[in-house]
Design a protein around this ligand. Sequence first.
Ligand code: NAD
Ligand code: UGA
Length: 469
Amino acid sequence: MKIACIGAGYVGGPTMAMVALKCPDIEVVVVDINEERIKAWNSDKLPIYEPGLLEVVQEARGRNLFFSTDTKKHVGEADIIFVSVNTPTKTHGIGAGKAADLTYWEGAARLIASVSTSSKIVVEKSTVPVKTAEAIGKVLRRNCQDPNVNFEILSNPEFLAEGTAIEDLQHPDRVLIGGADTESGQKAIKTLAEVYAHWIPRERILTANLWSAELAKLTANAFLAQRISSINAISALCEATGADVSQVAHAIGTDSRIGPKFLNASVGFGGSCFQKDILNLCYVCETVGLKEVADYWYQVVSMNDYQKQRFVERVIGAMFNTVSQKKIAIYGFAFKKDTGDTRETPAIDVCKGLIRDGAKCCIYDPEVTPEQIFRDLSAPKFEWDRPNYSRSQSHMLENVQVQSDPIAAADGAHAICVLTEWDEFKKYDFAALYEKMVKPAFIFDGRNILDHAKLREIGFIVYALGKPL
Ligand code: NAD
Ligand code: UGA
């Protein structure tokens, strides 16, 4: 059997590496139009940072795992084609700012149709709106020249989280496969289930109809993000009342119906998917006339925006209502620890907010490159921001410095803002950092990972999320 995967990104790369590792009898080729990315996958400096990934790739690469830009050849030869291309939020046109942009998906489908001379199982790995399989089916069937070629479309959404991708792929809570309720649909489900059964217990391989599988992915992300927005909303109330959000989270998390995970208050959730997928869900609801349902889920995103803005306002308020010309050390720019990914990271909004008020941000992150930080802070949030783009871009960049040394980042700073929960931050010698900072020295812990009592003993003024001062 031969598998091809279109899209060598955060999902396609690690997922296919795991399939290849666990299924030595299957040839797996990951293809992408981005030559640089493919080159990096073929080197020892992989295009994404993910703990444990290099070892997995090194074991399978060259044996039954290959990365290539020859999309036509490998897609044409494959029996199963995973499509793992990006599905970002539309930035212009109808549905801009909400709907999923399926341009890349449609491009992939047209490519599959044009090179297929044998029947294929086409697997939706990307996160897509409900009913995408129907649209993709039309593109595939109406563009393929050979009437004997049959396309069976499956939905097999990916639930891995960045930073823990290898563990998530190795021991997933479940694998979900949705397919048509026809004989050939069920056969295709069985074929894909056999692949996963190489390493995943059968009871963890769930099957569903196509629309349920597509919707389950959007729903899972909406529920996860909703937990974060819920605890973040409570963190604001804690600050106003003297309650401690960690104690509240612990107390509710011990209720087995609620559970303890995903209750860490934060400066806001980031990542390429939560916001995008909720907006996508809202748009689907709106298009079928369910405005109230859309409004309900939209609040999860609004609360997240509020949390980021609230953080900025707290920093400025605490520092006597002015951060003008003050150096602020930013610890962490990635959207979570153990990844170099900055897509939708709350650090972008926080840094922009502080700089707009006159601050000078000095950013340190162990994995994010300076180029990436400058790119993120100079890009407009949305396409429609462009009229103000050039002016704000130069203003932003004049006030951003990136440091490869966390001590130098804090040197001469008035405050440290912790925006990513990197473990190394907990081990720093804060007494030494305190000596180098302007007094009063502030710490704003946007992840609640530091020892606040100890920091106060040193002399810092500490603001933690959802905790008494
Ligand atoms: P990504 O941007 O990292 O990777 C997508 C890749 O697809 C890019 O390298 C791009 O060049 C390639 N591509 C686009 N069109 C192509 C074409 N026609 N032919 C060949 N290559 C093409 O995106 P990602 O983070 O891997 O996400 C992919 C999908 O998976 C999205 O729908 C996302 O919502 C979903 N998802 C992501 C995660 C995550 O943790 N990042 C987790 C679960 C699901
Ligand atoms: C998330 C989901 O967890 C995955 O199941 C899903 O496959 C993926 O989105 C996707 O579809 O892309 P990911 O975004 O990689 O994975 O990382 P998470 O661990 O979910 O964290 C997302 C954001 O929420 C991060 O900014 C994180 O810091 C924040 N977070 C998480 C909190 O603020 N508090 C928490 O308690 C947990």
